[in-house]
Ligand binder design. Structure first.
Ligand SMILES: [Fe+2]
Length: 385
């Protein structure tokens, strides 16, 4: 996150004495990416952020992946998955590879404190509202929000009712595409969103407590660390590294007279994948335009599409609906369902209401138990009907 932010109380210069009202020193912590050679923030704690009293291995949440064999396009219906656990423990693994794991979670329960130390997370809120609490402060989040959480951020989710979310767990950092940014990180005029569309924590969040468990995810598995004091003890922080929110309705679609390919929808990128937003927009407006996608084969990518709202003309007759996920893997050409092109042209439609989140991965996606539990097994044959 390349934009400087300062919240709460910080000393005038970094790394100088900064004292509590009782005269003791606040504990300064530098959280930095890429060996402290990229974005970083300095946080000022009331208590030592190093003081832990217990470490326990956690066996839960292990989820096996299996290859997409025989190779085929897939349709998963997350709308058929029952709520489970919380927005961390209840994640149903849909698909994943060595770069990214994609899950679906539905819950109205508060999660425990959680730190993903394998990579950034991007949580897309499909429905409902929640308070996202973190060591950087809290943010109210709701439908259509992408919540981008930097690696190592201790946080928890507190829903205010039922919440459905798509969880994207990266193996590195999730950022806006480089081509949207100036060499120093400002959003350029051609970018489909800008700094004003992003929200970050605006005030410190202080919670008192002792012997507080934090679930930590690392490459080796899950550990529950017990902190002597509650980790939400930061009186101030500043820097360019912090969780932030971008709402999909603030994505300004880029349209052409004839059909534009998926890169115009790109919203974020991570190691080995991109995240795209398909938003309501004018349909292609050349007088002879074919206003839905051509058949296409993204030869280097698997295409994971989560349908979150609106109407999908190109998918009519496939069984896909709001809540569905389609997985169109490399090795398979996909496109509109039979009759969809003619139907859209005949309708004279000038707008599309589709709303979808797409994750294209550059390595094949394996299938998770969450996906296999809600698969529509007939999808692969729907183009041949
Ligand atoms: Fe596609």
């Amino acid at each position: 996150m390349p934009h400087y932010r300062s919240v709460g109380e910080v000393p005038r210069k970094r790394h100088v004495q900064f004292r509590r009202p009782d005269g003791g020193l606040y504990a300064e912590e530098l959280m930095g990416e890429e060996g402290f050679s990229s974005d970083a923030s300095l946080l000022y704690h009331r208590y030592a952020p190093t003081a832990i009293t217990k470490a326990e291995a956690v066996d839960a949440f292990k989820s096996a992946l299996e290859p997409n064999l025989p190779l085929s396009p897939r349709h998963f219906r997350t709308q058929d998955l029952a709520p489970d656990g919380d927005l961390v423990s209840g994640r149903r693994l849909l698909a994943g590879n060595g770069d990214v794991r994609i899950g679906y979670a539905a819950s109205d329960r508060a999660s425990e404190l959680y730190r993903d130390s394998m990579g950034d997370e991007c949580v897309y809120i499909k429905s409902g509202r929640a308070r996202f609490e973190s060591m950087y402060g809290a943010m109210e989040v709701g439908e259509g929000d992408y919540v981008v959480i930097p690696t190592g951020t201790i946080h928890r989710w507190v829903p205010s009712g039922p919440v459905e979310a798509l969880t994207i767990e990266a193996s590195g950092h999730i950022r806006p595409p480089k081509r949207y940014l100036s060499q120093f990180g400002q959003f350029l005029e051609h970018a489909p969103y800008s700094e004003r569309d992003l929200r970050g924590p605006s005030e410190p969040l202080i919670v008192e407590g002792e012997d507080v468990p934090v679930l930590v995810r690392t490459r080796g598995g899950l550990t529950r660390l017990t902190y002597r004091n509650h980790p939400f003890d930061v009186v101030g922080w500043d820097g360019c590294l912090y969780p932030y929110v971008f709402n999909i309705s603030d994505f300004e679609p880029i349209v052409k007279r004839t059909h534009a390919p998926p890169p115009v929808h790109q919203t974020f990128e991570g190691p080995g994948f991109v995240i795209c937003s398909f938003c309501p927009r004018p349909l292609d407006f050349h007088p002879d335009a074919v206003p839905i996608p051509y058949n296409h084969h993204n030869v280097d990518s698997d295409e994971f599409m989560f349908y979150v709202g609106g109407d999908y003309s190109a998918r009519a007759g496939s069984g896909i609906d709001v809540g569905s996920v389609s997985l169109h893997p490399a090795g398979f050409t996909h496109g509109p369902q039979p009759g969809a092109v003619e139907a859209v042209i005949a309708s004279g439609a000038t707008q599309t209401t589709e709303l979808a989140v797409m994750i294209d991965t550059f390595r094949p996606l394996d299938l998770g138990p969450g996906a296999l539990a809600c698969e529509d097994g007939d999808y692969a044959w729907t183009w041949a009907r």
